[in-house]
Design a protein around this ligand. Structure first.
Ligand code: B12
Ligand code: SF4
Length: 501
């Protein structure tokens, strides 16, 4: 039996906006605290010298747990694990989270990783830590993969996904929202009201973790927790991390009504699919706005029904995108349609169709913005077998996955001229939407500028003619001048240059 009770949990730095304290670690901390362990949370925002902090804290800890997403997380996770192993060779290093759960064998092949908690981590980690504290071996811990004494890799059977209502609330008290506010400028608190999505999109791994089961907190729990947390930490904004918030529309509306009835005011946002929102009444969508929803993200991905079928997104139709745009417009909610470009099987004609239809939607409904990305295959996505047949090389080591940033082009069908045409088309699509947004805000510019700039751009997109791109050169020059002026004067950039489009 060990005399120490401390567990160190580390959230590595990533590329992206600070979204509040890492929810994964706060969820993992709660059952550990309930079981009597002490938890030291290390996040680079709270501890910029995270490596030194971890080395110091690890000297009297039971184990180090690290949360790992594919991409930049991996670099710091590897560096810190190596340093810990060098200084404290007996200290178990446990990886968890999406990347290690989806590329378990490869990750565990690294000498500095002792165990991986696969999937939902709360119950598995507490059982493992208990075993470490008691000096017992790790065989039989469901959901765990580990190296035994002889270095063999053991995969214990899966642990069934727990009903999240039976799990304790995240340990928000471990992370001061004030420090995150200093980094992001907003007092925000990340919250998950559900996990799991019933769909099986071919590029998404939600199904691997949560088995297509929508597993959600009851309405009262969500409303009571938010009504307690928001004033306690003086929170202005709550981003929901649910995979698809509107799977149970009745529950979602009841949450909005509960928030209104609580009298607590804050902004919140969520992500979902257009098939669900388009089925809601205008009145219910307005209720979201009234309860504080300012923004909703949608994985629309393409406006070509053929590409949507290739993605196994047959549940989604263009009419639903239009209906979603209309209802959110009436409610005054800003929406972002994510777009995936370069998906295997997508042709230039499909792409043009997407640009055209999406532009038409944004023309009609000014609350719509777009976030386009080039298809990036992450570990464990269902389409990997076909991708390999098409010549996509799967990264062969943990560190190779680190450089797989979003949009990195590793797609054999999207090279050279084809890729250049895609990028040009995308730039024109974004420029067209930016012009529309700017000219809508300045009425006297509206007709003239749209005719002068918008018409040739629409022609180019429609015909896929991208030679001598003078409009792009002009826009880049304007952007440079505005950015330079902002750097010189310290004035904030105008909204339009910061937006995606
Ligand atoms: C919020 C979020 C982010 C945020 C997280 C920031 C923050 N401060 O929390 C940021 C911006 C970093 C992010 C980035 C990316 N993300 Co993201 N993200 C999410 C999202 C919406 C929620 C994650 C979350 O907090 N969930 C709630 C917590 C409680 O769950 P959890 O994190 O899964 O943690 C549980 C388990 O994983 C496990 N666990 C996690 N860590 C650990 C550690 C240990 C030691 C143990 C034992 C267990 C364990 O236990 C936890 C409790 O059950 C998920 C989708 C989803 N619904 O989960 C996608 C998701 C995780 N992201 C995804 C992707 C694709 C990305 C990006 C690669 C995409 C991109 N835009 O570049 C980047 C990668 C990082 C980068 N670019 O630097 C994929 C997974 C990809 C992958 N293979 O890693 C997901 C699943 C979306 C999807 N359906 O495809 N993301
Ligand atoms: S709808 Fe979204 S969360 Fe659900 S499977 Fe598709 S991409 Fe994943």
């Amino acid at each position: 039996m060990s005399r120490t009770h401390k567990v160190v949990l580390f959230y590595p730095p990533y590329n992206g906006p600070p979204l509040g304290a890492p929810l994964s670690l706060l969820c993992l901390a709660s059952p550990l605290l309930e079981a009597g362990f002490e938890v030291k949370l290390v996040d680079n925002l709270l501890s910029p010298d995270y490596e030194q902090t971890i080395l110091r804290e690890a000297s009297d800890a039971l184990c180090l747990g690290i949360s790992v997403l594919t991409g930049p997380h991996i670099g710091a996770a590897v560096r810190v694990s190596r340093a810990v192993k060098k200084q404290h060779p007996k200290m178990p290093v446990v990886f968890g989270g999406w990347h290690s759960s989806l590329a378990t064998e490869q990750t565990l092949g690294e000498p500095f990783v002792d165990a991986i908690v696969r999937g939902q981590g709360e119950l598995t980690l507490v059982e493992l830590v208990q075993r470490i504290a008691d000096g017992r071996d790790w065989h039989g811990v469901r959901g765990l993969s580990f190296k035994d004494g002889s270095g063999d890799i053991i995969h214990e059977p899966e642990r069934p996904v727990a009903n999240i209502n039976e799990l304790p609330a995240p340990a928000y008290h471990l992370a001061d929202p004030g420090i995150y506010a200093a980094a992001s400028g907003v007092r925000q608190l990340a919250y998950t009201s559900s996990v799991g999505c019933p769909y099986q999109c071919n590029y998404c791994t939600d199904q691997v973790f949560y088995k297509r089961r929508f597993n959600a907190y009851r309405v009262e729990r969500v409303v009571n927790e938010l009504a307690e947390l928001v004033p306690r930490y003086d929170i202005a904004h709550v981003p929901l991390f649910d995979s698809n918030f509107l799977v149970d529309r009745k529950r979602a509306v009841a949450i909005a009504k509960g928030i209104i009835a609580s009298g607590i005011r804050f902004q919140w946002d969520f992500q979902t699919s257009t098939d669900f929102l388009s089925l809601m009444s205008e009145e219910d969508v307005r209720l979201f706005a009234e309860s504080g929803v300012r923004h909703i993200g949608f994985g629309t991905e393409s406006a070509s029904q053929e590409v949507l079928a290739l993605m196994n997104k047959r549940f989604q139709h263009v009419e639903q995108m239009v209906e979603t745009a209309r209802k959110t417009y009436l409610a005054g909610i800003h929406v972002v349609f994510n777009i995936i470009l370069g998906y295997p099987g997508e042709t230039e004609a499909h792409r043009q169709q997407t640009f055209r239809i999406m532009s038409d939607i944004a023309k009609e409904y000014s609350n719509v913005s777009f976030s386009p990305n080039i298809f990036t295959p992450y570990p464990g996505i269902p389409i990997w077998p076909q991708l390999k047949e098409m010549g996509v090389r799967e990264p062969q080591s943990l560190e190779e996955w680190e450089t797989l940033a979003l949009g990195t082009n590793v797609l054999p069908w999207l090279r050279g001229e084809e890729l250049e045409r895609l990028q040009r088309g995308l730039e024109y699509f974004l420029l067209n939407n930016q012009i529309r947004k700017v000219t809508t805000k300045v009425p006297w510019l509206r007709r003239g500028a749209r005719r002068l700039l918008g018409a040739p751009i629409r022609w180019r997109i429609g015909k896929s003619r991208y030679s001598f791109p003078w409009e792009l050169w002009l826009s880049r020059t304007v952007e440079k001048v505005v950015t330079r002026r902002s750097l010189l004067t310290g004035q904030a950039l105008p909204e339009r240059t910061q937006e995606v489009c």
